[in-house]
Design a protein around this ligand. Structure first.
Ligand SMILES: [Zn+2]
Length: 321
């Protein structure tokens, strides 16, 4: 049986139909945060109907709906408890009622990085790891952690979710989410990238200044053509992501970190220097295995694919109590 999946991000909403770790059909919508989550759910429901038609599967034949949100989520209640400045109506939206009234299906909801972690652990690049971290590079920097085979959530659902707000530049840019200066998200989130780039010395002469859109794909493309500003930007981001990895490994004793997000299309430019930094700077007692830094198998669809594992986890939990 398949699962209806929704990845509700800050810029885009992806919906899909997932079965045994495979994406059978998918659609992408603009997030339109200003319309609120309540109204977005109407569009999400319509798009889920479309992907079911594309795959020739009735929604009623699915075993549940999985939803990953770029927010702090009470996964037991399927309730957003902090929308991170996105979807300001989210805390008042009853996601369970929407799932039941729209599709007659049970819902499993969690933070999008946690959904990605579960998916990578079950079907993807996390298989075989006992102590896994996930970092999703996008509008923001999402993180999640699992230790000894269990997803970490914590009494307030924060555990492992806020590593993107670890401070890596104490006098750096102010973050619109955590309010601190110099967190990884404020320094390297793609939402900040155009402003960071335009403040770089030499930007006006850089190939980046000619790009319609300044994102990490453009930065990697220009850096590959030896544009000095793009190379400096990529080097800076890669260094800060390396520091994040070392911080997470020291905090949680991870044996593997899986990176996701569209920027992994240029993984060969990003992950080798991070692996080299981690090898050099992680405190590793004699006999400890090397911590692996790798890309998700489908980095663009991590959270969407993870919705299947999220539903299975919720259903097994429901049956156990
Ligand atoms: Zn922050």
């Amino acid at each position: 049986m398949s699962v209806l999946a929704c990845d509700v991000g800050g810029t885009r909403i992806k919906v899909g139909l997932v079965s045994d770790g495979q994406l059978l059909a998918t659609q992408t919508l603009d997030a339109a945060i200003q319309e609120g989550l309540g109204r977005s759910l109407v569009r999400i429901g319509e798009a889920l109907q479309v992907v079911c038609e594309q795959a020739g599967i009735e929604p009623s034949a699915c075993r549940g709906i999985g939803m990953g949100l770029a927010a702090l989520v009470d996964w037991r209640q399927c309730r957003v408890i902090d929308p991170h400045s996105k979807y300001t109506d989210a805390e008042a939206v009853d996601l369970n009622v929407w799932a039941r009234e729209t599709f007659g299906l049970p819902l499993a909801a969690d933070n999008d990085a946690r959904a990605a972690l579960l998916g990578e652990w079950t079907y993807g690049a996390g298989r075989g790891s006992d102590n896994l971290g996930v970092i999703t590079l996008g509008t923001g920097i999402g993180t999640a952690v699992g230790i000894d085979g269990h997803v970490l959530r914590g009494p307030n659902f924060r555990t492992g979710n806020f590593c993107g707000h670890m401070i890596v530049a104490a006098d750096g840019r102010t973050c619109g989410v955590c309010g601190m200066r110099g967190c990884v998200e404020a320094e390297t989130g793609s939402a900040q990238l155009p402003d960071v780039a335009q403040r770089m010395y030499g930007f006006a002469q850089s190939a980046l200044s000619q790009c319609d859109r300044i994102d990490y794909a453009a930065v990697c493309r220009c850096a590959a053509e030896v544009d000095p500003v793009a190379a400096a930007l990529l080097g800076r981001a890669t260094y800060l992501w390396s520091v994040l990895c070392v911080n997470m490994i020291h905090a949680f004793d991870l044996d593997r970190i899986v990176f996701g997000g569209g920027v992994m299309g240029s993984a060969e430019m990003i992950l080798p220097p991070i692996q080299e930094f981690v090898d050099r700077h992680v405190c590793a007692p004699a006999g400890a295995s090397r911590v692996q830094i790798i890309s998700a198998e489908q980095p663009d669809h991590m959270a969407l694919l993870g919705c299947e594992a999220l539903v299975d986890e919720k259903l097994s939990f429901s049956h156990a109590v």
